[in-house]
Design a protein around this ligand. Structure first.
Ligand SMILES: [Fe+2]
Length: 324
């Protein structure tokens, strides 16, 4: 639920605005002056600020100025609330960095639309920059050990395909398409001597290599957006095995999130069928045999069956995302 901070000293104004906003499905927190608003902002996340100008203790100009000069708070959309007649006050508020203004008394339709638009703009900007950053991070992780490969993109596409056939909603399918390519992001923290070693890793080296899942998890779990949450979950669980013999936690069966169980299958499939600096690609026949052997040991049986059922679509993706 999106959270709106409503800062106005007049109880009646807050009451009216809160009623409209609550009806529209927003969670509303009330503050009666700028100082109280700033206290809330320090401790709780908000998606929108509605700011009256004339208030005791700390007025809306001061509060707006502080908010818009604060690195963390400046990105929250802020709408000034002012009397229609007071043009100058509105200009001053906008000059301080307010994103929009609303005039009192509220016009119901205008009020709803301005709030909705401010939230939508912010959401779109957030999503866009989040996707771009994630894409760059995935490429960085991949670039070190595999400069030309489309591996991460294929893993995203394969994962989306499996999630769709498993019955996930369109929205969830899009999320995993973007999140799955991040599964090995934690390799950023693995030394070259291990990551790029051509031969088999020693036990000690393998223990260090395993850390890429926890490193990835920690990198991705800072900001709690649905996309990053899913990416963190996948990074953390894509090396778990159905029989509990995987890492890092040795999760078993249904303890493993479906997202991680999906990526476990498609990551292995893609690694086997791709050429790597240290190996030629395995034949499709051999690869499928290995996957089948892993049913219920390594792989979630139902998901593996789905993978085989839709193998023609898998092969089509492989064809569309070939390594250069
Ligand atoms: Fe991995």
């Amino acid at each position: 639920m999106q959270r709106v901070l409503l800062c106005d000293d007049e109880v009646m104004n807050r009451k009216v605005a809160k009623k409209i906003l609550t009806k529209e499905g927003y969670e509303v927190v009330e503050a009666e002056n700028g100082e109280i608003a700033l206290n809330y902002l320090k401790n709780e996340p908000f998606d929108l600020i509605l700011m009256d100008l004339m208030m005791p203790v700390m007025d809306g100009y001061t509060a707006t100025e502080i908010i818009k000069n604060d690195e963390k708070l400046a990105t929250i959309p802020l709408i000034i609330i002012s009397a229609l007649s007071d043009r100058e006050a509105i200009h001053q508020g906008l000059a301080l960095g307010a994103d929009e203004y609303l005039t009192k008394p509220f016009d119901l339709i205008e009020f709803k639309l301005r709030v909705k638009n401010a939230l939508k703009m912010n959401h779109l900007q957030d999503q866009k920059s989040e996707k771009e950053i994630l894409h760059i991070m995935a490429q960085m992780a991949e670039f070190r050990d595999n400069e030309t490969s489309q591996h991460t993109l294929r893993v995203g596409e394969f994962s989306a395909l499996l999630a769709k056939h498993y019955g996930w909603s369109d929205e969830e399918v899009e999320l995993i398409r973007l999140a799955a390519p991040m599964h090995d992001i934690g390799k950023i923290g693995i030394p070259d001597a291990i990551l790029l070693k051509p031969g088999k890793l020693s036990d000690e080296e393998f223990e260090k290599m395993k850390k890429h899942v926890t490193i990835g998890y920690h990198l991705l779990s800072h900001k709690q957006t649905p996309l990053l949450q899913l990416a963190a979950e996948i990074a953390y669980t894509h090396h778990e095995k159905f029989d509990g013999s995987g890492y890092p936690r040795g999760l078993k069966g249904d303890e493993i999130p479906i997202s991680g169980a999906i990526v476990a299958i498609v990551d292995v499939f893609d690694a086997l069928t791709s050429k790597r600096p240290y190996k030629e690609p395995f034949s499709m026949e051999k690869t499928l045999e290995i996957l089948k052997d892993g049913r219920e040991q390594h792989f979630h049986p139902e998901l593996l069956d789905l993978f085989f059922e839709h193998l023609n679509e898998v092969i089509a993706i492989q064809h569309d995302y070939q390594d250069s």
